[in-house]
Design a protein around this ligand. Structure first.
Ligand code: SF4
Length: 385
């Protein structure tokens, strides 16, 4: 009981600091994350919600978008990935231009304002021996016919893959894709920005510094990015705070340098292990995300990222719509996108589904007693409800 009282006083002090828009230190973030009693968590939830209210108000936003994962053929073997296939393996696929065009056309007919384009790292995906030419063609296939769409595509890992294949700099790749029509980058492949963790769960992926470098370069070249954290596996509380701190520092640097773009949102991606390769699955010991843990991390992320990253989104694919809606009371202000088709997490065993309509998202928001608002990828409100 005494410990709980101490905790509550500490939480009140740290939350007051966050509400005054003063940054928490990593040690203070860790103190919050290490609280382990229900009373503490109720208080952290309330303060996360209050800071959300102060920074972005009551409205919950969503985007009408479609995911296109153009291939699952991948040269890497991340330990959590059930999506990847070798070329020729059962279940391997690689969409051609006409399939990508048709998916985009269908998305536009359903009111999409955004296409999110990501895929495996396929060394055969080249035009005239150039990986960049293949990716530029992907962008032009979509933007040539539908210039009004926002094209959100290619993680920092994909940017590094293209640069490596063609012996180019990251900046050259980013500028060429932007010239072709790319509008922003997903901040995926971040997983946990701590190399100890990366060496275990995704040893072939870019390291933390390279991820941060490419995100910074994207901002410098005028391409906004999102940011993500894949949590709930082998990472420690200290490593979660290190990750959040690195995102905050990255954002502070981009803003301090007056770059034309920055991080637009933070998305928590809880680990789904059901179909993951057995070694990591066994080590984590759980197939589906722990909702309580995810909610706690969302509230801490809201308090820790403060005024620097103001839009926070739970993943309905990973948590289910009910879990994601619950996160709206833990500091989140956005329900993400309709997606129309989702493969990567669903193949990992996620139960949230592959597609939601705008009406389903709106109804979930209404059920929380909050106003809903369709937005663009970059958080411009589209319609008055
Ligand atoms: S997570 Fe991405 S890079 Fe890693 S194996 Fe899967 S598709 Fe390839």
């Amino acid at each position: 009981m005494v410990l709980s009282t101490v905790n509550l006083t500490l939480i009140e002090e740290l939350a007051a600091q966050a509400l005054a828009l003063e940054d928490l230190t990593p040690q203070q973030g860790l103190q919050l994350l290490q609280c382990n009693d229900p009373q503490s968590w109720e208080l952290i939830k309330q303060y996360g919600d209050r800071l959300r209210q102060k920074l972005v108000g009551e409205t919950v936003t969503y985007v009408v978008n479609r995911n296109i994962n153009f291939t699952n053929i991948c040269e890497q073997h991340c330990n959590f990935c059930a999506f990847r296939r070798d070329d020729g393996q059962a279940g391997a696929y690689w969409l051609n231009d006409s399939e990508i065009f048709n998916k985009t056309k269908d998305a536009v007919a359903q009111g999409a304002t955004e296409i999110c384009l990501q895929g495996g790292l396929n060394p055969q995906a080249k035009i005239n021996g150039s990986s960049l030419a293949y990716y530029v063609n992907l962008v032009e296939t979509i933007k040539g016919q539908f210039p009004q769409l926002h094209l959100h595509g290619f993680s920092p890992q994909e940017i590094q893959f293209i640069a490596r294949q063609d012996d180019l700099t990251y900046g050259e790749v980013l500028m060429a894709l932007k010239s072709a029509g790319l509008d922003s980058l997903p901040g995926t492949a971040a997983e946990v920005l701590v190399d100890r963790v990366r060496r275990i769960i995704c040893p072939e992926k870019i390291d933390s510094q390279t991820w941060l470098e490419i995100i910074g370069l994207a901002h410098r070249h005028g391409l906004p990015t999102t940011s993500t954290l894949m949590a709930g596996h082998i990472e420690t509380p200290e490593e979660i705070i290190t990750h959040l701190n690195r995102l905050r520092q990255r954002q502070q640097t981009s803003l301090a340098r007056g770059y034309a773009a920055s991080i637009t949102e933070f998305i928590l991606l809880p680990f789904v292990g059901e179909k993951a390769p057995p070694s990591l699955r066994k080590r984590v010991g759980r197939d589906q995300p722990d909702l309580n843990q995810a909610l706690q991390i969302m509230a801490i992320a809201r308090l820790y990222l403060g005024k620097w990253i103001v839009n926070h989104q739970p993943s309905w694919v990973k948590l289910g719509l009910t879990g994601a809606t619950t996160a709206l009371a833990w500091g989140c202000n956005d329900l993400g996108g309709t997606l129309m088709e989702e493969h990567i997490t669903t193949m990992a065993g996620a139960k949230g589904g592959t597609c939601l309509t705008a009406t389903q998202l709106q109804n979930a928001i209404i059920a929380m007693g909050r106003p809903h608002q369709q937005r663009t990828t970059l958080y411009k409100h589209l319609k008055t409800n």
